[in-house]
Design a protein around this ligand. Sequence first.
Ligand SMILES: CC(C)(COP(=O)(O)OP(=O)(O)OC[C@H]1O[C@@H](n2cnc3c(N)ncnc32)[C@H](O)[C@@H]1OP(=O)(O)O)[C@@H](O)C(=O)NCCC(=O)NCCS
Length: 218
Amino acid sequence: MALMFLTETVRAYRERDPAARSDLEVLLCYPGLHAVALHSLSSFLWRHRMPLVGRVVSHIARFLTGIEIHPGAKLGRRLVIDHGMGVVIGETAEIGDDVYIYHQVTLGGTSSKAGKRHPTVGDNVIIGAGAKVLGAISIGEGARIGANAVVVAEVPAGTTVVGIPARPVDRSGKARFDAYGTPADPCLDPLLQEVDLLRRELTELEGRIAKLAQERIF
Ligand SMILES: CC(C)(COP(=O)(O)OP(=O)(O)OC[C@H]1O[C@@H](n2cnc3c(N)ncnc32)[C@H](O)[C@@H]1OP(=O)(O)O)[C@@H](O)C(=O)NCCC(=O)NCCS
């Protein structure tokens, strides 16, 4: 069991991180792997009526890796946590198989009430660096969450979301999503308004010059 976990997880790191050059390098130098391995232990203790010992193991894992995974969280297979520092995965979070999480990601709660309050992440989801996924929401299979996004609502399967609050990237080209907080309507952009004004003045001046030239000729 442990051997299968190590083999397939190390392979997942090798396949997905071009910086990983050997199995030994992944085994020794990838804190995400260490954190998930230690989570297997803390989760076992948690489920077998030793919650305090489970919490202590997860605390030691956090100390060693910078990754905080509550023992109650349910993790799928081949989870890759790249870089890892600052990752927080809450007690009632559930993560599917083949999920890829970068550093500084939070799968957090928005309520102090007990019960399901953390996200459920589907298979094959990618969560970019610094993203915060908050509440008992579902992230559909194959979704991608942009770096630094704050996700507070369900994300349908296969959708890419970015920004704060996170919204789907619009690939239609008609109504483009405003990814960087600049106005989507160019008429509201003061710089574009200024350019538009200058363009109109230029057109008017060109008209007047053409008229003067005509008067001189005739
Ligand atoms: C969200 C992401 C998956 C989208 O990738 P993609 O499908 O190739 O999308 P594109 O690069 O074509 O971008 C689509 C639009 O979203 C914008 N966008 C992309 N990522 C964004 C982000 N994190 N925040 C805000 N806007 C973003 C782009 O500027 C573009 O906007 P436009 O249509 O107005 O030009 C990717 O940008 C991302 O953030 N990946 C995380 C990577 C990461 O964390 N790496 C850490 C390595 S250490």
